[in-house]
Ligand binder design. Structure first.
Ligand code: C5P
Length: 221
């Protein structure tokens, strides 16, 4: 079983979420999807309007940390499906670029990580800045990459499975727009930590990515 933190970072469409959950289940560890936290705050901003920092401070975002059931609620209501919709996806990078919003959520993320570590001993945390900012002392940092085309294909399949339709071209444009935004923001931009292992998932399917990750975990003892 996992002891400590595994940080899984990288852009969208690398298979990060699915593989993070599987990895956490396999290692009998907890799981935290930090992207879902930025998405939930973004949903609150879209609903209420107004200052993102103020909303981040007052919104009650609750995260399930069981990889079998990673629930997300906002002010007591389940928002797991809604936060993946196009409105939130379009707005989330802008909200995530606000320094104070990040400060508030990073504090919450560290508190969740500490409580899961106390309870279960291990946690897989996925996002953009886990290895660089949220958990710089993580036992293992992996940076997932894939070609933009492969990432757009994956997102399109996920969208279709969830009943959302968009062309691969639209999805590719969205993936690239968010990458640019997330990589160029001033506060903890998307980038690979110096001590992270890079894993290119372009030509791997889900079992392949999981097997590679388990190899990396094993090789670290
Ligand atoms: O991982 P996901 O695609 O759900 O993340 C949605 C957005 O949340 C990202 O595009 C990024 O703008 C933001 N994010 C972030 N830092 C994280 C996780 C997500 O800025 N640790």
């Amino acid at each position: 079983d996992l002891r400590g933190v595994i940080a899984l970072d990288g852009p969208s469409g690398t298979g990060k979420s699915t593989v993070a959950r599987r990895l956490a289940s396999t290692l009998r560890a907890g799981y935290l999807d930090t992207g879902a936290m930025y998405r939930a705050v973004t949903l609150a901003v879209l609903r209420a309007g107004g200052d993102a920092t103020e909303i981040a401070r007052t919104a009650r975002v609750e995260m399930g940390t069981d990889p079998a059931d990673p629930a997300v609620s906002l002010d007591g209501a389940d928002v797991a499906a809604e936060i993946r919709g196009p409105e939130v996806t379009l707005a989330v990078s802008e909200v995530s670029a606000v320094a104070e919003v990040r400060r508030i959520l990073v504090d919450q993320q560290r508190a969740i990580i500490a409580s899961v570590l106390a309870e279960k001993g291990g946690i897989v945390v996925e996002g953009r800045d886990i290895g660089t900012t949220v958990a710089p002392d993580a036992e293992l940092k992996v940076y997932l990459t894939a070609s933009a085309d492969a990432r757009a294909q994956r997102r399109s399949r996920q969208d279709l499975a969830a009943g959302r339709t968009a062309t691969v071209e639209e999805t590719l444009a969205d993936v690239q727009r968010r990458d640019d935004y997330d990589s160029s923001r001033a506060v903890s931009p998307l980038r690979q930590a110096e001590d992270a292992v890079e894993l290119d998932t372009t030509d791997l399917d889900l079992p392949g990515v999981l097997a590679s990750l388990l190899d990396i975990v094993d090789s670290r003892g």
